[in-house]
Write a protein that binds this ligand. Structure first.
Ligand code: AHR
Length: 648
């Protein structure tokens, strides 16, 4: 090959903010992951039904076995169920000898009204030799490291309980790794108990135990255990290895908290940043559309602090009054928008407002009088279409009139920015294009960004990954990702920001096929794509120079976007409307707008289409693929009332 470089003609500069990171509460990325808390369901709130849902709803939960892949590898164990199976998930109990105990969740005499539930433990026939215990399993086990210390805090009230409480870390085989005894627990009012547990031995599958040696009734709440070492030693802090992986990318910004998480599985259950600040005992959890609760321990303040700690700008994505739930209406009514707007303005004020402002004062009281580095806000996640555009304009005006210097990002859905996705938007600072592609796509579409008109808006590739046909991520995926990044660099006059998605996955709870950093409770590793991004970020060019490559090129195999039972293709310009998915003769999904990612996410994860994928081809056509699922005999995909060509 001959490469000719002409440095005398500098071309597009490459954006210094090109590489950021995308955090979402998916696959336990935060709860049980980046957030260092070791106790699952510490506040006994996780049996709650997400606001806006009822027990009869149920929804499709993804398989809990690593690793599935979308859409090529068949997955047969998606199932329709309500994921909450116990009144006190992650907790269990045990009695020894003649002791007996009953355990129930109650909201009587709560520790606080925001998180009203506690665990009531009724103990009988117990003494030093006949004990009763309650046990927390952690997040697929607690990783206890020999020699390390763990900070324990919990709240107790009791009735006629004259015994002691022994807190223990126990190995899988039942031996004690660390323990501390609180000699008195006879208090009718809530009292906080604290101790440091030092482990004499280690076990990756340890459990946390509270042991009782007398009869009586004890109520427990907010049982919290943290490793004494957290990232930068922040209290209520982050897991060191995972936080360091992210810090080592030296991201220009961190996007938080999602993703579909921002939308909520219902509009009522969408995240509310105000419930993620203040004392951790009083933070109501949020139900992630990915099928589990987060305690909100890694809240807005902790997120902003982390941005500051690693020198990244903050990019906060807020709910624009739109959720994943289409049954009660995806959009909150237009006339009830004001609280959403106010919430966004308050969040901004919390981050950067003066200490004399209402929310700046709250930030200062939380120990941070200086403003945080909030630079960007995004209005909703993956919404697109005329109704969203109207809503976007209202938010945009409200934000810009108060904070003209803030960079504002418009969501564009999955796929290319086009006339439709931009239609009706008065001003766009950044358009957020999401790009999940098949292996090799980046090579065959190196000119992808060339087509965009310049001048009106900058591009933020807010979610990208090569995630089809690459298992859980492999060398081919990382080469594709690297080439994709190079095409962004080449178009540096347009593409100013990007973030790979998803960032983190607990391998015990895989909600998405390909992720950047894998972990369990004890181990973590970053995939090759991580190192590709790191290398390109650390060696980011300032400017493009005219380059001519002469090469005898072997034929490049065009990637196939394959589906199991069928693949439908239609033209994006003409056929957006009236999508209907019929399963076993019953309509399971109906929408007038399939390019809306929240609808797509519903199709995939929530509403019964077992595994599907929506992609955009070079020709501007949409492809929709579904895999065969044992529980569904037939699928029909109708578009504008007609059965789609090429689908069965
Ligand atoms: O990154 C996983 C999901 O992909 C995000 O939640 C959503 O925004 C996108 O569709």
């Amino acid at each position: 090959a001959t490469i000719t470089i002409d440095a005398s003609k500098p071309g597009n500069p490459v954006s210094p903010t090109l590489h950021g990171v995308f955090f979402e509460e998916i696959s336990h990325g935060g709860e049980g992951g980046l957030y260092a808390e070791l106790i699952q369901n510490r506040g006994f709130e996780e049996a709650n039904i997400p606001p806006g849902m009822t027990l009869t709803d149920g929804f499709i939960v993804p398989p809990r076995t690593p690793h599935f892949s979308m859409p090529n590898n068949g997955v047969s164990d998606w199932k329709m169920e309500w994921p909450i199976k116990s009144d006190y998930p992650a907790w269990s109990y045990k009695a020894a000898g003649s002791a007996a105990l009953q355990v129930s969740r109650t909201a009587i005499n709560p520790l606080n009204n925001a998180t009203p539930h506690s665990l009531q433990v009724d103990i009988s026939n117990a003494d030093n030799n006949n004990t009763a215990s309650i046990i927390n399993e952690g997040f697929w086990g607690i990783n206890v490291v020999a020699g390390d210390s763990y900070k324990l805090n919990f709240y107790v009230r009791s009735n006629e309980y004259n015994g002691s409480i022994t807190a223990m870390l126990q190995s899988e085989d039942g031996s004690t790794l660390a323990s501390h005894t609180f000699t008195s627990a006879n208090n009718t009012n809530w009292k906080r108990y604290s101790a440091t547990l030092k482990a004499n031995k280690g076990d990756k599958k340890a459990t946390f135990v509270l042991l009782f040696n007398a009869p009586g009734t004890v109520w427990l709440d907010h049982v919290s255990l943290f490793p004494s070492k957290t990232f930068k030693n922040r209290p209520n802090g982050l897991r060191q290895d995972l936080a360091q992986y992210i810090a080592d990318l030296k991201p220009a910004f961190i996007r938080w908290p999602g993703g579909c998480f921002v939308e909520g599985i219902t509009i009522q259950s969408a995240p509310d940043w105000k419930q993620t600040i203040g004392p951790v005992e009083q933070r109501t959890g949020t139900y992630s559309p990915w099928g589990y609760w987060t305690s909100n321990g890694f809240g807005y303040h902790e997120y902003l602090q982390y941005c500051e700690d690693i020198g990244a700008a903050a990019l906060y994505v807020f709910n624009a009054g739109v959720s994943c739930d289409f049954r009660s209406g995806t959009f909150a009514p237009d006339d009830s928008l004001q609280p959403y707007i106010q919430s966004a303005l308050d969040a901004i004020e919390y981050a950067i407002g003066p200490v004399t402002s209402k929310w700046g004062k709250v930030r200062a009281a939380a120990g941070h009088p200086k403003p945080f580095p909030l630079k960007y806000v995004e209005i909703g996640n993956e919404q697109v279409g005329p109704r969203y555009a109207e809503r976007y304009n209202v938010f945009y005006d409200a934000i810009k009139s108060k904070y003209p210097h803030l960079e504002t990002i418009a969501s564009m859905g999955i796929g290319d920015v086009n006339e439709y996705t931009l239609k009706g938007m008065k001003h766009v600072d950044y358009a957020d294009e999401h790009a999940y592609k098949a292996a090799g796509w980046a090579m065959t579409h190196f000119d992808h960004f060339d087509k965009y008109k310049r001048g009106n808006w900058d591009l933020y590739v807010g979610e990208y990954a090569t995630n089809a046909g690459v298992g859980a991520g492999n060398m081919e995926a990382s080469l594709s990702d690297a080439v994709y990044i190079m095409s962004m660099e080449k178009n540096g006059d347009l593409v100013k920001m990007s973030s790979y998605a998803p960032l983190l996955v607990d391998t015990n709870d895989v909600d998405w096929p390909v992720n950047l950093i894998n972990f369990d409770n004890a181990n973590s590793f970053a995939r090759i794509s991580y190192y590709a991004i790191k290398m390109l970020s650390e060696n980011r060019a300032d400017v493009n120079v005219a380059t001519d490559v002469e090469i005898t090129q072997p034929a490049v195999k065009k990637p196939a976007f394959s589906g199991g039972i069928g693949l439908a293709t239609w033209d994006t310009k003409t056929a957006y409307k009236d999508i209907e998915v019929i399963r076993n003769g019953k309509t399971v999904y109906k929408s007038d707008f399939i390019n809306d990612i929240s609808n797509w996410a519903l199709l995939r994860g929530t509403w019964g289409v077992k595994d599907s994928a929506l992609a955009q081809t070079a020709a501007g056509a949409q492809q929709f693929a579904m895999l065969k699922d044992k529980s569904f005999d037939t699928y029909t995909l109708k578009l504008k009332g007609k059965k789609l060509e090429g689908y069965n």
